[in-house]
Structures are given as C-alpha cells and as structure tokens.
Design a protein around this ligand. Structure first.
Ligand SMILES: NC(=O)c1ccc[n+]([C@@H]2O[C@H](COP(=O)([O-])OP(=O)(O)OC[C@H]3O[C@@H](n4cnc5c(N)ncnc54)[C@H](O)[C@@H]3O)[C@@H](O)[C@H]2O)c1
Length: 271
C-alpha cells in the first residue's frame, strides 16, 4: 500500500467508533514508542497502553528503570522492550526509531514524554547550559524523533504523535526560563506538525497537565501546588496515562492540533 492510500485510510472514521463498540478504546496491534517511560508519568503511559493491547518501547536514559518497567509489563502479560538512550543525542534518532520499529514490527504511536526536573531561577540566575538542555529535551529531541518516525507513521492505520506538555507551556508559573520557554515552544512544534501532516492522517496532540505526583514535584511543594488546583489534589500519573490512551485510540480519530488540559480545573477563569 502506498503512503498516500494509507494516509487516506488513517483519515477515515473508525468503524468501531461508528458502531459504538465498547472496544473502540483498545490498542491491540498498535506499536508505541514512549520516551522517559522508565518511571513517573511515562511508566504509567507504557503500562496502560500495554494493558490495552499495544506493544511498547520503553525509552529512557536510565537503563535500570527502563528495564524494570519493561519487565513489569511483560510479567503482567504485555509486550514491551527496554531501550536505553539519551534522546537529546542528535545522531541517535534514526537508529533509535529504526531499532524499535524493527524489533516490534513498525510504529503507530510516538509519545514525547521525557522531561527534566528544573529549578526556579530568575533570568539573571539562569544557567545557560541548563536552558539549552531543556530546549534539547523538550523541543529538539521531539523534532528529530518525529522526523525519524515519519516513514513508519506513514505506514500506520492510526498514526499518532502525543506530547506530554504542561499547563506552564501556556501560562508561566514563577520563573524557570528553560522549562516555561521550552514547553511553550513545544506547543508550537505540536501545532506545526499537526498542520503539516493532517493530510496524511497523522494526528498530533498534546496533554497539558498541572503538577503530577512524580519525583518532579518534591514533597515540600505538594501543599502549595494543591492550593492552586480547584479539585484540591494533585493528579496521578495514571490519570495522565488515561488521556494518552484516549488520544492514541480510535476514539480520538477526529482530534488533532489540540492541547488537552488535565489539570483539575486550574487556569479556568471563574473557578
Ligand atoms: N511532574 C509534573 O508535575 C509535571 C507537570 C506537567 C508536565 N510534566 C511533564 O511530564 C513529563 C514526565 O515527567 P515526570 O514527572 O514523569 O518526570 P520524571 O522525572 O519522573 O520522569 C522523566 C523520565 O524521563 C527520563 N529522561 C530524562 N532525560 C532523558 C533523556 N535525555 N533521554 C531519555 N530519557 C530521559 C528520566 O530518566 C525519567 O525516567 C515531562 O515531560 C514533564 O515535563 C510533569
């Protein structure tokens, strides 16, 4: 099948959705590459996509956590491989994606999740190397990985690219120039990709969470974060994963170029 006709297929309304099938959310036969999937939110995305039937590649710079998460999924009856890689390594993207596609048999879902813990500093204290590192992980790496994934996404029946962005990509909170600026730029990348590839049926979206219960939010900040969330609690990684699974599924076949807030009502005027 040519790329064009496959793209046309990806633009069709999914039959399972039209039939109101209770299985329309399932991901059987799909192949996902998830960055930063060894721990935190990425681990939850990997476990849920695998539970819904996808084969998942757990890509993480930390080999131990990547291996542990893949083993956990396999033990639970799912299909997963661990890939130790620094996604900011410019030269690696094509080999990384080709390796995953070869081992798992293709690629349908690319989740840009890996992120860096950051500290709040004003402009004058901003460390240039840290600023560059945040741009590299939040903008450069997703750009290279998405480009490297195109040949495989073009062969997919339901190709998806999903960014784990942040509500702070839209509204700066305090000051971490590298984090806020790179997440804002990442939303621009998401929309630009969505626009360029919509004709090929490749759907590109982002999720914009508030503070998630992972190591990225140290214990001493939890109470202050809670106070800013109308639902009065922090979100669990599994609740972000539920949004990833939805955007990856046939149920989201008419959604592209969007940023989905999973933030307990934060940033809503009037709450
Ligand atoms: N935790 C939050 O409050 C929060 C809020 C909004 C958005 N986010 C976003 O959610 C995503 C996941 O964050 P988390 O809270 O699970 O963080 P985490 O630190 O728990 O997990 C991030 C994972 O990414 C991996 N990683 C880091 N650099 C990498 C690299 N160069 N190559 C490959 N892997 C790398 C780490 O080893 C780690 O396993 C990030 O994009 C983050 O910005 C987090």
């Amino acid at each position: 099948m040519t790329a064009t006709s496959q793209g046309a297929l990806a633009r069709q309304a999914p039959e399972a959705v039209l039939a109101l099938s209770p299985d329309a959310h399932k991901l059987a036969g799909r192949i996902a590459l998830i960055t930063g999937a060894g721990r935190g939110a990425g681990r939850a995305h990997a476990r849920l996509l695998a539970a819904r039937g996808a084969a998942v590649a757990i890509v993480d710079i930390d080999e131990d956590v990547a291996t542990a998460t893949a083993a956990e999924i396999v033990e639970a009856g799912g299909k997963a491989i661990a890939v130790a890689a620094d996604i900011t390594d410019r030269g690696l993207a094509e080999r990384l994606v080709a390796n995953v596609a070869q081992q798992l048999g293709g690629l349908d879902i690319l989740v840009h999740n890996a992120g860096l813990i950051y500290s709040m500093t004003g402009l004058e204290e901003t460390d240039d190397a840290n600023f560059d590192r945040l741009l590299a992980i939040n903008i450069h790496a997703p750009l290279y990985l998405t480009r490297a994934s195109l040949p495989y996404l073009r062969k997919s029946r339901a190709p998806r690219v999903i960014f784990i962005n942040s509500q702070w990509g839209q509204v700066p909170d305090g000051h971490s120039y590298g984090y806020m600026v790179s997440k804002a730029g990442q939303l621009g990348l998401m929309k630009t990709l969505a626009k360029e590839f919509v004709g090929e049926g490749i759907l590109v979206n982002a999720i914009t969470p508030g503070a998630i219960l992972t190591r990225m939010v140290p214990d001493q900040y939890i109470e202050a974060e809670k106070a800013a969330i109308p639902l009065g609690r922090l979100v669990h990684p599994e609740e972000i994963a539920a949004a990833v699974a939805f955007l990856a599924s046939d149920e989201a076949a008419f959604i592209t170029g969007q940023a989905l807030p999973v933030n307990g009502g934060a940033l809503v005027v009037g709450i």
